[in-house]
Design a binder for this molecule. Structure first.
Ligand code: COA
Length: 385
């Protein structure tokens, strides 16, 4: 194929059986199971194993995996020391990228990836996956204490993945409703076909780079505001709008200036993202459980959604996953700059499933390009230019 398509829109980059999107109907499935069913019935641990292994696990397999995750949560003393020396003002995504790379220095284990075309040792892949996935949640939660000048709390093995994150974040016994909501958020963000960060996983995996490098690259890609970084931008946007009656003028002004509305639009969905619908319901549920005091951000968001639908429905621009997740996390008391880092924790499950899939049938990525530069020409000496 020689036609250049910006952003590789519509160009298949891989074959995958991990997840699928029907963008017209607004359906997202992991391994064939709808996101609504998983959010209702599954847990993050089970969904991660489903993504990794391809089938819903038996009770025994899930229990083993859960135990492995719990046992691998602890972060080495030297990495904690390194994190304490990072600037407090550093963005959690930069911390996470740094820390994940550093874990590769302490738990190297890339013996499977040297001197061969691929790696078929599933034990190796599983062990690396557990190490990375178990550490991701701990690192993000630890950073909250460290950047505020405290020693991080040690992870607990008696808590689920979501409960332990909340415990390490707040230092308090996890609230059951918040833990349930965080668990659903982790399920919803765990996988989403071949988007920018997952594509970076494929490219990096294809060179047989270590899984830590693969995940560090993906964290970098996710951090951008056109991808996972949008949830933080949404909240900043809603704060800037200030009240529902100002939403229409704000949206129109941005559209007139050809600026995007954060949390709206998606390459794949031409209708409302199914994850946004679930997150919106969770915000309403949490507000109701707390006595029903209106959340001003939710009211502004609802108005922005109406205005955007009115202006951009014909282009298929509707709320994406990032539109309501920031409001939900804010309602849960999580600082705005941690939103994307929590997204990364969850998405690591999908990234690692794609890493495994790529290793199972690997060929190095080496696309071509349309060259638009000068043709061959002679060198001009510096005093003749
Ligand atoms: N605000 C305003 N207009 C938007 C829009 C948004 N958030 N998203 C898409 N559009 C418009 C585009 O301007 C384009 O209009 P045009 O045909 O008149 O040029 C049309 O809808 C198609 O969008 P396009 O830019 O081709 O989509 P894309 O697939 O290249 O980009 C995103 C997808 C997600 C990068 C884009 O929708 C976006 O920037 N959204 C805001 C950032 C965001 O929320 N990212 C998180 C994604 S989960």
């Amino acid at each position: 194929m020689s036609e250049y398509l910006p952003g590789l829109a519509g160009v298949p980059a891989t074959k995958s059986n991990i997840s699928d999107i029907d963008g017209e109907k607004g359906i997202l499935t992991y391994r064939g199971y709808s996101i609504e069913e998983l959010a209702k019935n599954s847990t993050f641990e089970e969904t991660a194993l489903l993504l990794l292994d391809g089938e819903l696990p038996t009770a025994a397999a899930l229990s083993d995996f859960d135990e492995q995750l719990r046992e691998n949560r602890r972060v080495k003393f030297h990495i904690r020391g390194m994190m304490k020396n990072l600037p407090d003002s550093g963005h959690p995504m930069e911390m996470l990228q740094t820390a994940i790379s550093s874990i590769g220095m302490y738990h190297p284990g890339n013996e499977c990836l040297t001197g061969s075309d691929t790696c078929t040792d599933l034990n190796y892949v599983h062990n690396m996956t557990v190490t990375i996935l178990a550490h991701m949640g701990t690192l993000v939660a630890m950073w909250e204490h460290i950047r505020n000048g405290y020693d991080p709390l040690p992870p607990r093995t008696d808590l689920s993945y979501a409960e332990n994150m909340l415990f390490m974040f707040t230092g308090k016994e996890p609230d059951p409703l918040l833990a349930e909501i965080l668990d659903v958020c982790l399920i919803l963000h765990a996988e989403h076909t071949t988007n920018a960060s997952t594509f970076s996983v494929l490219v990096n995996a294809s060179t047989l780079a270590s899984p830590y490098s693969v995940i560090a690259a993906a964290i970098g890609a996710l951090s951008g505001p056109l991808h996972g970084g949008a949830n933080q931008r949404v909240l900043e946007m809603l704060e800037k709008i200030g009240s529902p009656d100002k939403a229409e003028t704000y949206v129109d002004k941005r559209l007139a200036n050809k600026e995007v509305i954060w949390g709206m639009g998606h390459r794949e969905y031409k209708t409302k993202d199914p994850r946004a619908k679930i997150l919106q319901k969770l915000v309403t549920r949490l507000i109701a459980a707390r006595g029903g005091d209106a959340n001003p951000m939710l009211e502004i968001a609802t108005r922005v959604e109406q205005v955007v639908e009115d202006r951009l429905a014909e282009k298929g621009v509707y709320p994406n996953v990032d539109f309501y997740s920031g409001i939900l996390y804010q309602e849960m008391g999580i600082p705005a700059d941690q939103f994307t880092a929590i997204f990364a924790v969850s998405r690591a499950a999908g990234w690692l499933a794609h890493w495994r899939e790529q290793l199972g049938d690997n060929r190095i990525f080496r696309p071509t390009q349309v060259y638009t530069g000068e043709s061959l020409r002679g060198y001009t000496k510096i005093d003749e230019r």
